[in-house]
Design a protein around this ligand. Structure first.
Ligand SMILES: *[C@@H]1O[C@H](CO)[C@@H](O)[C@H](O)[C@H]1NC(C)=O
Ligand SMILES: *[C@@H]1O[C@H](CO)[C@@H](O)[C@H](O)[C@H]1NC(C)=O
Ligand SMILES: *[C@@H]1O[C@H](CO)[C@@H](O)[C@H](O)[C@H]1NC(C)=O
Ligand SMILES: *[C@@H]1O[C@H](CO)[C@@H](O)[C@H](O)[C@H]1NC(C)=O
Length: 440
């Protein structure tokens, strides 16, 4: 760890817990927000967080996949015990408020997740494409405040809505311990929406996604900044630049009603450039057609940015050309990537291997999402680095799905009130990263 990273490490004290008094909403001091950690599973390339649920005498820690595109929070509850857990009955107010609810029953011994006359809501595992109606429950969850650099206090948030799911749903989740999912989409029951309304925050959250969590963890910040920033933040370029969030008029959820817009996060990519030179492709792929096909979304589930073939092919071709001009030697490709290089011919820099820069040119005045080598290249095997994009085929629903590897090691912010996606440049430019905070 460099000294600059040590400086920004969050030190954990044994935190005091504030309990909710039913009448007051929680009020946090100015410039504080709610924080959850982000870990990365290096094998499955998925990101997950941990939250604690249940009555304060017996909290259960739950590891849960982070899915920007998912609508709700669910976890596998077959062995969950909590005296504060409450299911919603069919026809109850809570049930009527939940979109797409159905009435379900259960044939086995009653427990959380198994009751008759229960309100069911859809839970979806994007990794196994498992979709079922599961019991709508609520329980207390414990959350922690932070000022961007230091964790401050714990709060027990009551009546947090989550669905309590059967064991079939966990298949494909990263690791034996991951038993749930936290959705961060633009819905009322996503993690950030529920926390924001408990604490009376504006609708805003930010992520600092780590490329590895071996030395430190990344962050989900809910509420306004300050977010984690490296030490020298007088530097202007560290501030967030932003581009509008755009709405796809047709839902991308596994189940929806006709006329529903998508609650995932889309941005308007206008061009892709390699070393300042535009990649030529049919730009109508970058907007939505009447069926909501096309456009660019941001995903924490897709490990590598996935492109429509008609964008992928010219991108690879132009990148190979620009790399050759820099004397970077091409070698045999390693699946699923289309262009790989001898890493000895691309010298290491502070932002990864010295390869041509890739810019996503976004809506707004000179707004560019720049990908240096650390975000564009993947070490596929010894001495081989590959362009970390994959071919999404000729008919993908979304033309560009900006994936995890390309989002790592910068602060990205979703400001739903202002409808903006903000981002910093790579934190590696400041000799720091999103692997910055340590648990005791
Ligand atoms: C639900 O009702 C069925 C049929 O009456 C019964 O067999 C089952 O045990 C009940 N389930 C629970 C969890 O009480
Ligand atoms: C990472 O994911 C793989 C594959 O899903 C799993 O086998 C492994 O146990 C996970 N590692 C950790 C540390 O959870
Ligand atoms: C671009 O794609 C659109 C939609 O697929 C098509 O209608 C149009 O003709 C294409 N334009 C060019 C120049 O190929
Ligand atoms: C980052 O570290 C490198 C090498 O350790 C050093 O040369 C450089 O000045 C540092 N940059 C910053 C912004 O601290």
């Amino acid at each position: 760890m460099s000294s600059s990273q040590t400086l920004t490490t969050l030190f954990i004290f044994s935190l005091l817990t504030i309990s909710y008094a039913a009448t007051d909403p929680f009020k946090l001091p100015k410039h504080t927000n709610i924080h959850f950690p982000i870990r990365k599973n290096q094998t499955s390339l998925q990101y997950y967080t941990t939250f604690e649920a249940g009555n304060p005498q017996s909290r259960t820690p739950i590891d849960a996949l982070i899915d920007l595109g998912a609508q709700s929070v669910w976890f596998e509850c077959t062995s969950y015990v909590s005296s504060s857990y409450k299911r919603a009955a069919c026809g109850s107010n809570r049930c009527n408020k939940a979109s797409g609810s159905v009435c379900i029953g259960c044939n086995s011994t009653p427990r959380p997740g198994c009751s008759n006359n229960t309100c069911g809501v859809y839970a979806y595992n994007p990794l196994s494409a498992y979709l079922t109606a599961q019991e709508l429950g609520e329980d207390t969850i414990r959350v922690t405040s932070s000022n961007g650099n230091t964790l401050l206090l714990n709060y027990d948030v009551p009546k947090f809505q989550l669905s309590c799911a059967d064991s079939g749903i966990v298949e494909g989740l990263p690791g034996d311990k991951t038993k749930g999912l936290v959705g961060l989409a633009r819905t009322q029951v996503s993690l950030h929406s529920q926390i924001s309304s408990t604490f009376n925050f504006g609708k805003k959250f930010a992520l600092c996604i780590p490329s590895s969590s071996n030395t430190g963890l990344g962050d989900i910040f809910i509420g306004g900044g300050p977010y984690y920033m490296p030490p020298s933040n007088e530097d202007q370029s560290l501030s967030l630049v932003s581009t509008p969030l755009v709405i796809n008029p047709v839902s991308t959820a596994p189940i929806y009603s006709e006329g529903d817009a998508s609650d995932e996060y889309f941005i308007n990519v206008k061009d892709i450039e390699i070393n300042g030179k535009r990649v030529a492709f049919n730009s109508s792929l970058l907007s939505f057609d009447k069926n909501g096909v096309g456009g660019t979304k941001i995903s924490t589930i897709v490990p590598y940015t996935t492109l429509h073939s008609s964008i992928y092919k010219p991108l690879v071709k132009d990148f190979v050309k620009a790399a050759a001009a820099n004397n970077i030697k091409r070698v045999a490709s390693v699946a699923p990537f289309g262009a790989c290089f001898d890493s000895k011919t691309a010298p290491k820099t502070i932002t990864g291997p010295a390869v041509p820069d890739i810019d996503l040119v976004l809506e707004g005045k000179t707004v560019r999402f720049r990908l240096y080598g650390s975000n564009s290249m993947v070490e596929a095997k010894k001495n081989v680095i590959c362009l970390g994009f994959v071919d999404g085929g000729a008919e993908p629903r979304t033309s560009i799905v900006l994936g995890g590897h390309q989002l790592e090691n910068r602060v990205i912010e979703f400001d739903l009130d202002a409808s903006k996606f903000g981002f910093t440049s790579s934190l590696l430019l400041w000799n720091t990263s999103c692997s910055h905070y340590r648990l005791p």
